[in-house]
Ligand binder design. Structure first.
Ligand code: ATR
Length: 284
């Protein structure tokens, strides 16, 4: 039998459902680019089978995995070792095996900041006021990233106020909770607006917001990437603001996993972005 060192490295994305995931396209692009004889697979695993699948991950020959809905929280619970970000956010999206231990990281927070650094350089130069809409898993990662990057005033607006309050209490520091009814006040002079909800996604209602009150140099970021240009992104561009779609975050969250499993740190290039954007556009 060959030793693990001689096996072709392989990883997968685990979800339920998983067919919509763009992770295989991203990782296979890099595998081909670096001429690595590895593979990246899709694993459709129902919640009941998820713990057993993880216990068996190494035996199945996987170096690690990405985890998507609905497994991100369970993955956190099942890890032997967690990164600082994962421990703080209680959510894991990237797994790898080290000395027989299951290790987990949350790469969404860093990915959000990297995407803004790439698409709206110096977005945090004023360390000013940020308005975040939504209080789910993605919002947690984004608020954490904003705090790490020194945003001084973070205003959190969510349909379910209690969920926003829970997020603020978990992450600590100065996060002000507001209601949708107070949105125009919250936006006044803000330097950054982020939509972390599913509003604007294909099949969902649009997030229709009057952006007039934002600071003239404000950045508007939407984590939605289907469609590529949401109503919010269109409105930001129409006002002459810098607008950042969700594709950048999707691409950057994949980088740390690829590096761990396949040993090379890949870059998010315009070519890769073009491939993913074309795939999203083709899916219509
Ligand atoms: P994710 O992990 O992608 O953040 P999630 O945890 O299900 O997904 O969170 C979804 C977010 O979108 C929540 O903030 C949710 O608001 P609630 O906490 O009130 O459920 C928000 N959201 C989804 N549909 C919405 C809608 N129609 N109007 C307003 N907010 C919505």
């Amino acid at each position: 039998m060959k030793s693990p060192a001689h096996r072709k490295p392989k990883a997968c994305v685990i979800g339920w459902p998983v067919a919509h995931s763009r992770s295989p396209l991203i990782h296979r692009f890099w595998l081909e680019r670096f001429k690595i004889e590895g593979s990246y697979e899709m694993a459709a695993v129902a919640p009941a089978g998820f713990p057993a699948f993880l216990r068996d991950l190494a035996r199945q020959g996987f170096a690690g995995a990405n985890v998507t809905l609905p497994h991100k929280q369970t993955a956190f619970e099942l890890c032997d070792i967690r990164s600082g970000a994962a421990a703080r956010l209680k959510v894991v999206n990237t797994l790898w095996i080290e000395a027989g231990k299951l290790c987990g990281d949350n790469t969404d927070a860093a990915a959000f900041a990297c995407a803004l650094d790439q698409d709206a350089p110096q977005w945090d130069i004023n360390s000013g006021k940020a308005v975040v809409i939504g209080a789910g898993g993605a919002a947690r990662a984004i608020v954490y990233a904003l705090k790490l990057r020194g945003m001084k005033g973070i205003f959190l607006i969510n349909r379910t106020r209690a969920r926003a309050a829970e997020l603020a209490s978990d992450l600590g520091g100065s996060i002000e909770i507001m209601d949708f009814a107070d949105l125009s006040g919250a936006l006044a002079g803000a330097n950054l607006l982020v939509n972390t909800t599913s509003l604007g996604m294909r099949g969902q209602p649009a997030l229709a917001i009057d952006l007039a009150a934002l600071a003239p140099d404000a950045v508007v970021s939407d984590i939605v990437y289907v469609p590529l240009e949401t109503e919010l992104i269109r409105a930001a561009k129409a006002r002459g603001l810098r607008a950042v779609s969700g594709v950048g975050m999707l691409l950057h969250q994949a980088v740390p996993g690829f590096e761990r499993w396949f040993g090379i740190k890949p870059c998010v290039t315009p070519e890769l972005r073009g491939v993913i954007e074309a795939d999203i556009a083709a899916a219509g």
